[in-house]
Design a protein around this ligand. Structure first.
Ligand code: PMP
Length: 313
């Protein structure tokens, strides 16, 4: 079944119907996978009658940075991309939880070293909370190594990178798992196909550092901040596969995944094999902040409908 993308999309800053949002089949994005994208969420807050995009500024900043790394011409200012995204959400009249996608891509029909023209597309998909957030997931270590920084740029969301993630995810699903954990080419824990990994040992959080070929994830940074706000010690460091087997708890996180407990790795239960207390506390903190049920971190929430003015810090 196709994903139920909302009726109106945005192409190069213009709101267009979904079935008219086209890119040429010989564009650099199709020929070479040359593009960079973002996945964001927006949360409906019924009490305030507003929809909050979570960490919009950081996502747009990473998109710009990704375009630089990919050497795409820097044609879109942040304000232009923000307007394009919000205009699309408003054109759809969306007042529910949604996942937002933006892709800056190599357009035209030139050869490998072209850096423009660059296009921008945005769309929204209504998306309620997944069962995995409540119930947790069973995960396998992938036989595919995570792509390495010396070959591709894992720290940005380059579209071509996701051939690696897709292969790993497909393999795990074929084998009956609900998700996959990739190791670096040096054999250290890296990340999931769309989420960053955390484990709890003796009350402290441990997560692979940014040199473990991970995406510079905004949710990872959010979780680290929320944990430290609560006095939890966080270590960012290289982690071995077999150390994960010793974890008291584990979870992974991302804009799309949100915060999902990991119940087992390679069919070995982690801790009790049920979502742990630290994981549950951080999930609660995460949903409170994204949904705007707390006054903390107001700059992280951008109101779409403007009923609540952007809450001052
Ligand atoms: N790693 C990968 C490979 C991802 O695709 C994502 C999802 N964007 C994440 C981690 C989590 O990143 P973020 O918190 O910025 O969504």
């Amino acid at each position: 079944m196709p994903t139920p993308t909302a009726a109106m999309m945005s192409l190069n800053g213009r709101v267009v119907p979904y079935d008219q949002c086209f890119v040429h089949a010989f564009s650099g994005a199709v020929k070479y996978g040359a593009g960079v994208f973002e996945g964001l969420r927006a949360y409906w807050n019924a009490e305030r009658n507003d929809l909050y995009v979570f960490r919009l500024d950081e996502h747009l900043e990473r998109l710009r940075y990704g375009m630089r790394v990919m050497r795409l011409d820097p044609v879109f200012e942040k304000a232009f991309m923000e307007d394009a995204l919000l205009a699309m959400v408003r054109a759809n009249g969306l007042r529910e939880n949604i996942h937002l996608r933006m892709i800056a891509f190599l357009d035209g029909d030139d050869e490998l070293a072209a850096t423009g023209p660059v296009g921008l597309v945005c769309g929204a998909v209504p998306r309620p909370r997944s069962k995995a957030v409540t119930e947790g997931v069973h995960v396998a270590v992938s036989t595919y190594a995570r792509l390495s920084d010396n070959a591709m740029p894992p720290r940005v969301k380059a579209t071509g990178n996701y051939i690696n993630n897709r292969a790993a995810e497909l393999e795990a699903r074929r084998n009956g798992y609900q998700g996959v954990l990739m190791l670096t080419d040096r054999g250290k824990v890296s990340e999931g196909s769309g989420a960053c990994f955390f484990m709890v040992r003796n009350g402290a959080l441990h997560t692979p550092d940014v040199s473990s070929d991970i995406l510079e994830s905004i949710t990872r940074e959010t979780v680290i901040t929320l944990a430290r706000d609560r006095g939890i010690v966080v270590h960012e460091r290289p982690i071995d596969r077999h150390e994960v087997y010793a974890a008291d708890e584990a979870f992974w996180c991302g804009s799309g995944y949100e915060v999902q407990p990991i119940l087992s790795l390679d069919r070995l239960a982690l801790g009790s094999g049920a979502p742990g207390a630290v994981t549950r506390a951080l999930q609660q903190a995460y949903f409170d902040v994204v949904e705007g049920r707390t006054e903390a971190h107001p700059a992280w929430r951008t109101p779409v409908w403007g009923n609540a003015a952007r809450v001052a810090a």
